[in-house]
Ligand binder design. Sequence first.
Ligand SMILES: [Fe+2]
Length: 485
Amino acid sequence: MWTALGSLLRPQPAPSPAPRAEQPTPSWRVGFEDLAREHGFEPLRVEGSLPHELEGTLYRNGPGRFGVGGERYRHWFDGDGAVTAVRVGHGRAFGATKMVQTPAYLEERRAGRRLYGGYDTPLARPFYEVVLGQVKNAGNTSIMLWDDRVFALCESGRPIELADNDLTTLGENDLGVVRRAFAAHPHRVPSRRALYGFGLGVGPRTSVEVYELPDDRAPRTIARFSLDGLRLNHDFAVTERHAVFLFSPTYLSISDMLLFRRGPVSSARWRPERGVEVVLVGLDAPHEVVRFHVDAFHMEHVVNAFERDGEIVIDQVDYPDPWGLERFVSGLVRGVVQAPLASRLRRVVIDPNRRTLRAELLADRPLELPRVSPRVESRPHRFAYLAGASGEFIDAVLAFDLETGAVDRFAPGADQYPSEAVFVPRDGGGEENDGWLLTMVLDARQRESHLAVLDARRVGAGPIARLWFDHAIPFGFHGAWAGGR
Ligand SMILES: [Fe+2]
């Protein structure tokens, strides 16, 4: 009864329609099958012409296994992480892919059954997971490169270090400062020669730690504050002067998780009357934290952020419907799209003195997984690169010229699904968009994946090279490029 009452009191993602027998199986479903083969670096088949100047390694992360002991996880975000790497140089390419062997992953494999819940997989041991905070680190979301080391990130746990020569998991690492968790979206500020990240600690109030990872010094915690209630937050913005949080009014219910074993997202309530809490942390004076509330929205990913005339400008992917992302992703592991991706690209401008936020719509079309050139991170940018979905699933890469409004688009065709496009600047290149976009494409018909190399100034012309694995790689989230290695 309480379950039924609870669901009346909060907005819920639409119920999953059962797929009708006569409906053809969508080909993108191949991207939600377990990784068929793990391997170290082996030669990839090169189709087209791989630029000789392109030298380095692309690392990508995403769910690679979707269940344990015959039980399938309930949500894409709960899949166990698999890291894939493509190493290129002198016109040749090598690829590797391996599961991220987190402590929880190994524990569940040894037990032969599920021992944890997840984002929307029912909790297995609610007291341990909710009260003691012993949650699963799925290691499945993104890659961080720091101190010439490679880490798989997932916001529910600490960074997991991987060996760069063969992707062997070396283990969880607290970097000397991480208390409980480190979120999946650290941002680099080139002028400060440092990465900035944050982590959330769960409890009746949510604690937020802000971390600085300098290039040549030990990491440190620069700020610590708390939020009312139990909260989730995926990304934040960093300029040359501020770390900026836009906490949406999504509150998790501890009682729902404890009593009904619900995963966090199923316990979530949207409280728009509380608005978005803007928190500004000065990077030079991190003890001076400015906090205020603005009208509610749900920001998922930051494209980039910078400061201009005393204001903070953030380009972001957000959702008019706070459950918009969840409606799109929640049925994917069952082969169902409950609702199309309904995101938008917006520019928000924050005036720290007046404590205001105003927003401008940049693109009203389904977009996700934004990137910019690493050379403009934390500084003004002109170009943004995003994945787009004109059909059921992500099927294109788009390059936005935010100065002219022009959009250049590459769609690989039927049954081919690209992913986040990572920008790699050309050595010595002067223009912001002089470089390549690297996007992993799943060819669902052939059941093989390839890395497509696009000229970022001629995206619509299609790949100049395709680097083929001999197997499919499940859809991933985020990646990072390590130049010269
Ligand atoms: Fe993300």
